[in-house]
Structures are given as C-alpha cells and as structure tokens.
Write a protein that binds this ligand. Structure first.
Ligand code: GAR
Length: 209
C-alpha cells in the first residue's frame, strides 16, 4: 500500500476525486486529511468517507517556520509515502519542501510554467490565450516551479466566461490528479535527478504525454 496524507484549505473537490479513485486495485490509501482552515468543506468530505481529519491553524503559531514544523510533525505521525496538496492555499517554506523532496505533489490550475500563483483563469482569459489547463507537479522550493508530472490542456472557447472555463479546468484536475497519484502509488511515477520519471523514462518537460 501507499499511504497518503492530503492537505486542503477549501472545497476539496480534488480530494473527493482522489477518494473516489481509491479501492479498485489502487494501492493508495488516505491516512489523514489536514486543513489549515477549520471551515474547509473538504473536511466534511473526508469524514463522510471515514478518513481521519486534523486542523492546524497558522494563527496558533508564531511564524511560518513554527507552523511548517508543527505541520510536518503532524504529517510524519502518519508515516506517509506521499503528501498530496489538494487546494492547499498556503506557501510552504524551503525546510518543509526539502523534508518531503520527491514525495510532495501539487495540482495547479494552469499550464505551468504559465501563470504561477493566483487568479490563473482570469489571467489566461485576459491574455487572450487559446488554451489553458492544469498541471500536477512535484513540489520544490520554487513556487509552482517543480518538475511536471502531468498536464491536461483545455482549449478556451470563443467568448468563454471565467466561471465556465474554471469549471472545465476543474473537471480535468479531477481526472489527472487521481491518475498521477495512482502512478506514484504503483511505483511508476517518481522524481529523478533530472525531473519527473514515468516507468523509468523522463517525462517531457511540459508534462504532456
Ligand atoms: C484547484 O483548482 C487547485 O488547482 C487550486 O485550488 C483549487 C482547489 O479546489 N490550487 C491552487 O491554486 C494552488 N495554488 P478544490 O478544493 O475543490 O480541490
């Protein structure tokens, strides 16, 4: 089995997609869901699925390092093989990121390296892009800059609005994140010295197969 800890801050629709992908010969299992917000709806999804939940609030810690250290200690109590960031909207410091090198995945709502940070759908629309999408990547110290594992491209439709585009990107997230996590759990996806590897072969730098 491959033990996961999932970190969330909000709605948890990616968490739900992961939950729904488990069982069925998928070797991954979620040991715990941790949120930095007590009101994250994803906590309810986890409880519904019988998964242990924990809340760790930044305001209870003096600074970023204090929070990150407490978070890492909490995570390590579950001895996970992989830590999955699923809409975790807090920047994790370099010490935390190094501690989980090669076993920390994130999903980001853009075709990285385009549109790191927030507000990605609006930025893609305002730029007049013809395509947008989402990316699963290993987390490194560079914010939203780690090696790509998998991307899904979403063509932008003529006259498309923000909400419609965001929803169509979200649907793709729900496909590629469970897939990438499953590959990791099966030992097929890993972080090598030169970047992400699938079945022992370097993945294209774009993450598009
Ligand atoms: C997702 O769109 C995810 O890509 C994004 O937050 C959303 C969470 O939705 N993550 C980031 O922007 C990370 N910087 P969810 O809570 O319904 O899974």
């Amino acid at each position: 089995a491959c033990d996961l800890v999932v970190l969330i801050s909000g709605a948890g629709s990616n968490l739900q997609a992961l939950i729904d992908s488990l069982g069925n010969r998928n070797p991954a299992r979620i040991r715990a869901v941790i949120s930095n917000r007590a009101d994250a709806y994803g906590l309810q999804r986890a409880r519904q699925a019988g998964i242990e939940t924990r809340v760790l609030q930044p305001r209870d810690y003096p600074d970023r390092d204090g929070f990150d250290d407490a978070l890492a200690d909490l995570i390590d109590g579950y001895s996970p093989d992989l830590v999955v960031l699923a809409g975790f909207m807090r920047i994790l410091g370099p010490a935390f990121v190094r501690r989980y090198n090669g076993r920390l995945l994130n999903i980001h709502p853009s075709l990285l390296p385009k549109y790191k940070g927030l507000d990605t759908h609006r930025r893609a629309l305002e730029a007049g892009d013809s395509e947008h999408g989402c990316s699963v990547h290993f987390v490194t110290e560079e914010l939203d800059g780690g090696p790509l594992a998998l991307q899904a491209v979403v063509p932008i439709l003529a006259g498309e609005g923000l909400e419609n585009l965001a929803q169509r990107v979200h649907e793709q997230e729900h496909l590629i994140y469970p897939l990438a996590v499953r590959w990791f759990a099966e030992g097929r996806l890993r972080l090598g010295a030169q970047g992400a590897m699938l079945d022992g072969t370097p993945l294209p730098a774009t993450g598009q197969l």
